[in-house]
Design a protein around this ligand. Structure first.
Ligand code: 5AD
Ligand code: SF4
Length: 374
């Protein structure tokens, strides 16, 4: 979503005006996700509609960018089967968009870099989707290489932004009247490790010192979550007591196959430490079911953790094999039917605890941030 805001800003800098009406557009750009296979199907479904439009409106330019553009198989597919897609660029050369759009002369132009470059400072002088709540990148890429995940391949190695640039952006947002910011990174806890800069705990403190009313951050990997971070969250009321802490699986055997670097016991230890220090915190998670070879026993271990943690909410997924990742080559003898059943069972449990978490607010008066009409 934040990348899309930046892409909109680049296009608007050329004089284009945003529209939500497909038929009105002169340029259509799809910013894509590659995390699971169903995103791929959705994108090509939507592109079918665009292709149709092109028959009536010849000059329309169609572009594709984001993580799917970083997949070699997708680029080959576009070259061979989708000549009507005019412009393709990847996650490492988003800034080439204005140049590609201005120079476009009717011939398919695919420019995707396989390697990440240095962090480019985008500046903060553009209109975001909200004037209340803003996304702020603190780092790009990921070095964790969980065996199921395509992110390290599509987003490159971890590159942190300089803390002074982040603080400058947050101060500008505060000046502009923003009430909330969300610090973004694939694994924010590892912030700064690739630079000679401050730790994430210290960055949080510096961000808190700007006085912006509400601070959030996503996503935390349980591996790098330090006691110092817990202290900082506890001591700074403008850091929201909300932590997204992906579990992925509750089975030690599966966690090892996933390359997650923690055990069920270690996860629970961290979870309980967080709840003890921050009793009013909301903790949410991500869970994958049907990882290759997941047995009923492995799945029950996941349910055990859910029953113990009673997450406020969770994003749950069926494992989706991604070309080029180690897990895609693992032997998988679990049927799709079983995977679906497990997902349903897990969702029922998650929903039960979500309702309990919401019920905690019954008859309570709390401050809320109004973001807009719904
Ligand atoms: N299949 C299913 N879910 C995945 N995720 C990442 N890769 C895959 C995959 N190949 C999930 C993880 C991650 C979230 C963003 O997406 O749970 O935390
Ligand atoms: Fe993917 Fe997150 Fe693992 Fe990085 S830490 S490889 S983004 S699941």
């Amino acid at each position: 979503v934040h990348d899309s805001e930046e892409i909109s800003a680049l296009i608007e800098s050329l004089g284009y005006i945003k529209t939500d009406v497909l038929e009105e557009a002169d340029f259509i750009i799809l910013n894509t996700c590659a995390i699971r296979e169903n995103a791929h199907d959705k994108v090509f479904g939507f592109l079918g509609r665009c292709k149709h439009l092109k028959k009536e409106k010849k000059d329309i330019i169609i572009g594709l960018c984001g993580c799917m553009a970083q997949e070699e198989s997708v680029v080959n597919e576009i070259r061979e089967k989708h000549p009507y897609i005019d412009i393709v660029f990847g996650t490492h050369n988003m800034n080439d968009l204005p140049k590609m759009l201005t120079n476009y002369y009717g011939k398919q132009d695919i420019e995707v870099y396989s390697k990440e470059g240095d962090v480019i400072e985008f500046g903060n002088l553009y209109k975001r989707d909200s004037n209340i709540s803003a996304w702020v990148n603190i780092m790009y890429g990921c070095d964790k290489f969980c065996t199921y995940c395509i992110v390290p391949y599509t987003r490159g190695k971890q590159r942190s932004r300089k803390s002074e640039d982040i603080i400058k952006e947050v101060k500008e947002l505060k000046e502009a009247g923003y009430k909330e910011i969300t610090l973004l990174g694939q694994n924010v806890n590892a912030y700064g490790k690739d630079l000679d800069d401050v730790s994430f705990a210290r960055l949080l403190e510096l961000v808190s010192d700007t006085g912006i009313p509400r601070i959030r951050f996503v996503t935390s990997h349980p591996w790098d979550f330090t006691d110092e971070m817990i202290e900082v969250i506890k001591n700074n009321p403008n850091i929201m007591p909300y932590i997204h802490l992906p579990l992925q699986s509750g089975s030690d055997r599966i966690l090892k196959l996933m390359g997650r670097r923690y055990t069920k016991e270690k996860y629970l230890e961290l979870f309980n430490k967080l709840k003890k220090a921050l009793p009013y915190s909301s903790i949410t998670t991500d869970i994958i079911v049907g990882f290759p070879g997941e047995t009923e026993e492995d799945f029950n271990d996941t349910l055990d953790v859910v029953n113990e943690c009673k997450f406020d909410s969770a994003f749950t997924f069926i494992f989706s094999p991604r070309i080029g990742t180690p897990a895609a080559k693992m032997k998988d003898d679990v049927s799709l039917e079983t995977k679906n059943e497990r997902l349903q069972k897990l969702n029922e449990l998650i929903n039960k605890y979500s309702k309990e978490a919401n019920d905690r607010y019954l008859n309570k008066t709390v401050p809320v941030l109004i973001e807009g009409y719904s």
